[in-house]
Design a protein around this ligand. Structure first.
Ligand SMILES: [Zn+2]
Length: 453
């Protein structure tokens, strides 16, 4: 029984909102886009029949329109801005954006205000997520107090708090001090928590706003060299090798990082890595307009980087897709490029980008999408209940994709409170139609359910 395996292998999550009592019939869906459409019966939040008759009586019925059924997506890297910048995103609006994007669990980074460096702040975020009941919102604890890079936080206290923090990161900043990073790895070891590194050697990126290359030179922008990322990836690979705890690399952006990951994995070093949709398909050519919407950290790089990242995601050198969803208000984005805050929205466009780039083009199938956007992220974060096989007895964390629905991305139409999408006006050919969190329909026909909070 799957629950038993999960109990033995995975640390618990915090207290979950109760699933709706009763039955839900999800009709006419094709698991992983394969075979004839089936009807899925869900009882009290659990899948109980994958071959239900079309006329099975149920309290609620949702039409799948022969869409592709996948496990609910899991995003290891988002910024939901609460507490501190609720003017740009809240747990409730971020949860709605996640549900619309097909996600049933996301990890929200620690660079809030105040910083998530104590149990009480993480617990507040966890509980708000459960109250909204549109997506499981897992707070990421910071590695250092106030993200100051000086003193480690209490991993143990946050891991054992009601939020059950299972990932720690100073994302937005790098843990630049190698000795402190060594201590963090030693501390994390044995507690089964994951450290996620934002790889950026700060001495190499002072004042940098764009990828260091021809484009930045032409535009007169200060360059962010590949070596600033790669030197930290290499350093952390060696620390992970010698001090034996796994390290996750946030938003890999360069060809050299791919080479280093290949080497580290070949050595058996416990490392994993993510790539964002924007680093897979956008390059620094976008900067020619000086539009602040294209400023992001790490910066958009060159075509050879995007090609290497795509290949690495296909061959498993990079494990997962993560959005780095980073909402900003127009006062922080519609300004001179150098003054724009780095970051882009991602939750509502990621599935479409991955589907168009890899499935529509014939490079991969829907099982692979399930792997890189749901199964592997849940495995890496040791998250029970998500990224599970489509099987009887599993929690009904699901999404349905319409693989033939053409749509155009518009920031103003997004569920997110912010509008800073670099994909404005882009046309995509697959869309999430339905998302289900433990038997509760959190989005249907592209419309998120109202937040329960
Ligand atoms: Zn980052």
């Amino acid at each position: 029984m799957s629950e038993k395996i999960q109990e033995a292998d995975f640390p618990a999550t915090g207290p979950l909102a109760a699933p709706p009592a009763g039955t839900l019939l999800l009709s006419n869906v094709r698991p992983y886009g394969e075979g004839d459409p089936i009807n899925v019966l869900i009882e009290d939040g659990v899948i109980t029949d994958l071959d239900a008759a079309a006329d099975t009586p149920a309290d609620e019925q949702v039409e799948g329109n022969e869409g592709v059924l996948l496990p609910g997506l899991v995003d290891m890297h988002v910024h939901l801005r609460e507490p501190g910048r609720e003017d740009t995103e809240t747990i409730a609006t971020g949860s709605a954006a996640a549900a619309k994007g097909g996600f049933t669990a996301v990890f929200t980074m620690a660079n809030t205000s105040p910083v998530m460096d104590q149990p009480v702040i993480a617990e507040g975020v966890w509980l708000k997520g459960q109250n909204s009941n549109l997506c499981d919102i897992h707070p990421v604890g910071s590695i250092t107090k106030a993200l100051a890079g000086k003193e480690l936080t209490e991993f143990g206290m946050m891991a054992s708090s009601e939020a059950k923090v299972r990932m720690f990161s100073d994302d937005g900043k790098c843990v630049a001090d190698p000795l402190l990073m060594r201590r963090a790895i030693e501390y994390a070891r044995g507690m089964d928590v994951l450290l996620a590194q934002h790889c950026e050697e700060p001495r190499l990126t002072e004042g940098a706003v764009a990828h260091e290359g021809e484009m930045a030179a032409k535009l007169g922008l200060r360059g962010w060299p590949r070596a600033a990322e790669e030197s930290i990836v290499a350093r952390d690979a060696l620390l992970a090798r010698d001090y034996g705890n796994r390290i996750h690399i946030c938003h890999a952006s360069t060809e050299g990082t791919v080479e280093l990951l290949k080497w580290a994995k070949g050595q058996g070093i416990p490392m994993s890595a993510e790539v964002t949709p924007h680093h897979l398909i956008l390059t620094d050519e976008r900067l020619a307009t000086y539009d602040g919407v294209n400023r992001v950290n790490p910066p958009l790089r060159e075509e050879r980087d995007t090609l290497a990242l795509r290949q690495a995601l296909l061959d498993g050198t990079i494990d997962v897709v993560a959005t780095d969803h980073a909402p900003h208000g127009s006062e922080d984005k519609c300004v001179e490029f150098e003054h724009a805050k780095p970051g882009m929205l991602g939750l509502e466009t990621s599935l479409a980008i991955i589907a168009d780039t890899f499935v529509k083009s014939g490079l991969a199938d829907w099982r692979w999408v399930a792997k890189v956007m749901s199964e592997r992220p849940a495995e890496i974060t040791r998250l029970p209940g998500h990224g599970r096989p489509l099987a009887v007895g599993e929690p009904a964390n699901l999404c349905v994709v319409d693989p033939g629905q053409t749509w155009t991305a518009h920031g103003a139409e997004m569920a997110s409170k912010a509008e800073n999408t670099p994909f404005e006006g882009m046309e995509f050919s697959a869309k999430v139609s339905t998302t289900i969190l433990r038997g509760r329909v959190t989005c249907h026909e592209g419309v998120p359910a109202p937040s329960a909070a």
